[in-house]
Design a protein around this ligand. Sequence first.
Ligand code: ASP
Length: 585
Amino acid sequence: MYRSHDCGELRLSHINTEVTLSGWVQKSRDKGFIIWVDLRDRYGVTQLIFDEERTSKAIIEQAQKLGREFVIQVKGTVIERESKNKNIPTGDVEVLVKELTILNEAKLPPFTIEDKTDGGEELRMKYRYLDIRRNPVKNNLIFRSKVTQEVRNFLSNQDFIEVETPYLIKSTPEGARDFVVPSRMNEGEFYALPQSPQTFKQLLMVGGMDKYFQIVKCFRDEDLRADRQPEFTQIDCEMAFVDQEDILNIFENLTRHLLKEVNGVEIEKFPRMLYDDAMRLYGNDKPDIRFGMEFGELNAITQHKEFKVFNDAELVVGIAIPGGNSYTRKEIDKLIDWVKRPQVGALGMIYSRCNDDGSFKSSVDKFYDQDDLAKWAEVTGAKAGDLVVVLSGDTNKVRAQLSALRMEIAERLGLRDSKVFAPLWVIDFPLLELDEETGHYHAMHHPFTSPKPGQIELLDSKPGEVKANAYDLVLNGNEIGGGSIRIHDKETQAIMLKHLGFSEEEAKAQFGFLMDAFEYGAPPHGGLAFGLDRLVSILGGQETIRDFIAFPKNNSGRDVMIDAPAKLDNAQLKELSLQLDLPKE
Ligand code: ASP
């Protein structure tokens, strides 16, 4: 028996109990006649004591050799500590050691295994198994496990069936590049790893499974913008004989269940916001509604004067920064520099101070009088003491820029409190999205998303205006889930694919199996998928998903611990019928 108790378990009630513990040496303090060792396992830390009077000389000598992270087993008696440590649950007691076995020695770890470590990120990734011994990482993994457990509990109670779908498949169009796997048995042919199980879960509905879920890995070969992983986990769900309302209700309840069980937070009904309103009021389809600072559109009240910058703009839009009138000129200039950074890309920023006496002082006083500026304040909801800031230009760009500024200000004002949860549904997304570069439309969600009833006719005349039965669940400014009601008849699916630029042959080659299935009695169906990594990190009150993944990849998609990806040797390439001599461009 390696242990009778774990290292987080012993209390005053165990005094005089003979115990066996196993774990890692967190640290040891050698006072010569007395040695203390902190022994750690997943459950906590227990202090061990070796002292000259009560411990044999041989064991003391052995204890003196213990280095950090040695794996040991001890037998001894629980005694009351003289100086108690109120910071840890086991702090009232210690174990007087009578037997010590070194189970495994350890090299000195490359960084300290403490909550606040001296190890940089790259080093900790290389030795992730050591990093996992640290409380912050360990607790995140335990937290993640609790969340997934609650997801399974909730969905199983609602009669969902967990079904696994294959990883070696062919392309699923979620809009990213595929990771591909060469097939040895089918020379020159490749599988694609699923960007999501989308088509399979729809086929499960045709197969009559009715309610499906899967906690599943998805693979997308994207440039890794901040905090993305090439493989990530979804809670993937699909239901038959449902409309949008059914889906929103079930998954709102799931989210509410998680917030309650995991965070102890109770939230009433989630608000719903039209996509168009989200864009108009927050410049963003995943608005953070923990705070206000809603956009006020100013075209109507600014374009009647001689100010060319505003007159030429498609959109003039502002927000009121609470208390912003206290900014010095220098601070405002810094803010202007901030919006002009290439990452934000604004050309400039106009502002109007809302003075306590009800007057205004703007950077464009030459063009706008007090009455004009009073209207700016009214439309942006600014009060005395606030600062109205205004951007102008192309609608989509300006919205993105002002949204970035709004988030930045909120961050600086401490309005993005990770303990506050503000979920909402964003609904009625456009079906199609114009790719500015190619001038082509592509599916905003994916090609299986159903247009709103009666809108399919608009596809030819006004494709950009067709709305979809698609919805996102947004939490604290992050999209944590998204889905849609699907097309379930072959004709509509064919029309949709045609509009996305697939020829009949291409459509058949890529999605023939799905269209065929639709001819064998496909029920109306719909679903959604949550991004589990992101969901867990937000519920856990943190920003980075990497911190909640046991073995994440770095920003270049590398696993620096196992050193992957790696080259294949020639024999393996040959077996796979692969040749790597790409022609030089
Ligand atoms: N497959 C979709 C995604 O990965 C989710 C869904 O439509 O259910 O975003």
